[in-house]
Write a protein that binds this ligand. Structure first.
Ligand code: PA5
Length: 428
């Protein structure tokens, strides 16, 4: 279970009476599935319902990929890739000593990035996990076509049958049709779980298992979280208390932006995942906080000035692990030309922790209050627990704002314009 704390003078006179009167009804509405968008609440108990055979099949497929290929290309965008990448980078870091390389494609229309990935893959024996709930999203569909073509040229069409795994809808969409026709192995994204909540399904589980991360520990973290964050009394439920507090910082204290902060570079994608979760769930009807992100101390050397003394628009939500996954010690140097001997023998994590304490004090005494969400360490179990904490918080927070947390009508508008410009058949 996460630990949650608030820091800053603004909390001393925060008035929670609105939540006192609405909180329980919203909590019940989530569990009883009576609110707007309630047909997308499958994530509430998905981990507990996931059959053993499905977990075992994911593990078996991951083992096969790990044993037979140099690389796995995960093709997907938004909710169909961010969660898996967030977990893989947070747990394995940037330079894992692992023989299976994980590469992401279909998350952009950048021709330069795509061409670079294709060049990078030209001598590799790689597999593809193509992930798309709708099965029709342009970015992953184009990337998939490019890589299929490349593999057919190099190895012939028969190679694709074992090398491609499709994660998509149970029955509909172009990807499902193609997978059935070509005989690709398929994993299902349930109808009642939207993209940004799908990291706990095969969308996240298969790439994460391929990255040699323990998906059973992850699912246990999610299952424990189902109990940890289900209470209807928002004051006793850290997910709801956090959601209530961020809501009040917005509507009562007039902050307009929430900055997710980590002190670990490899957690950057967790913040990207969080931005999608909250911005896509809440940014509707002219409402909601804008979520942004920062990795400290890195960004203290770029945005730190603004946070300390610029316009007072943001508060911080810091994701803090108590123990780093790895550590290094500062060596002693007889000559001490860099004057760093006062740090000799200290771990880098110790120095990072002092930076955290110092920054928390500086920012909260300035005009940026902070909430801290602490976990023991960034391992599979704790990430599972943390992700689910944020699922619950998002649902509660969006319902407080009065918006449907589970749709994203605004995203379709640019797509329609783009298809019109591209001359897609049937689009006017
Ligand atoms: O959360 C969402 O719904 C989106 O981010 C989608 O996951 C994203 O647009 C990709 O859609 P699809 O999985 O249908 O390709």
């Amino acid at each position: 279970m996460v630990e949650f704390s608030r820091h800053g003078a603004v909390f001393q006179n925060m008035d929670y009476s609105e939540i006192d009167s609405r909180g329980e009804a919203i909590a019940k509405m989530i569990d009883e599935k009576t609110g707007e968008g309630n047909d997308f609440l499958g994530w509430l108990d998905y981990a507990s319902r996931l059959p053993e055979e499905e977990i075992a099949r994911i593990e078996k497929t991951a083992k096969r990929i790990r044993e037979n290929y140099d690389a796995l290309v995960v093709i997907g965008i938004g909710g169909s890739y961010l969660g898996a990448r967030a977990m893989i980078e947070a747990v394995n870091g940037f330079f894992p000593e692992d023989k299976l390389e994980i590469i992401y494609l279909g998350n952009t229309l950048s021709s330069t990035y795509t061409a670079q990935v294709i060049r990078h893959l030209r001598n590799k024996k790689f597999a593809i996990n193509v992930i798309s709930k709708s099965g029709t999203t342009t970015e992953p569909a184009v990337a998939f076509r490019l890589l299929k073509e490349m593999l057919i040229q190099r190895f012939g069409k028969a190679y694709l049958k074992d090398a491609v795994i499709a994660t998509t809808d149970r029955a509909k969409g172009a990807l499902k049709m193609e997978a059935d026709k070509e005989g690709y192995e398929c994993f299902v994204i349930p109808d009642d779980i939207g993209g940004r909540f799908s990291v706990i399904t095969p969308v996240g589980l298969l790439p994460v298992a391929c990255a040699n991360i323990d998906i059973r520990a992850f699912l246990q973290g999610v299952k424990d979280a189902e109990k940890d964050y289900s209470g209807h009394d928002y004051k006793k439920n850290p997910a709801y208390f956090y959601a209530a507090t961020r809501y009040l910082l917005h509507v009562q204290k007039k902050f307009t932006s929430e900055m997710f902060v980590s002190y670990e570079l490899q957690n950057k994608m967790i913040e990207e995942w969080l931005k999608q979760l909250f911005d896509e769930s809440e940014g509707k009807e002219g409402k909601a906080l804008l979520c942004s992100s920062g990795v400290f101390t890195t960004d203290l050397h770029s945005m730190g000035q603004f946070i300390q003394q610029g316009s007072p628009v943001l508060f911080e939500t810091i994701i803090k692990e108590k123990n780093p996954n790895l550590d290094v010690e500062v060596p002693s140097d007889e000559r001490n030309l860099d004057n760093l001997n006062y740090l000799a023998g200290k771990n880098l994590s110790y120095i990072n922790d002092k930076a955290y304490q110092a920054t928390l004090e500086a920012h909260t005494e300035g005009h940026s209050p902070a909430m801290v969400i602490s976990i023991d360490r960034m391992d599979a179990y704790n990430i599972g627990n943390l992700f689910y904490f944020f699922f619950r918080a998002t649902a509660f927070s969006a319902y407080l704002l009065g918006v449907n947390p589970f749709n994203q009508p605004g995203v379709e508008i640019y797509k329609h314009n783009m298809f019109k410009l591209l001359g897609k058949p049937g689009v006017k």
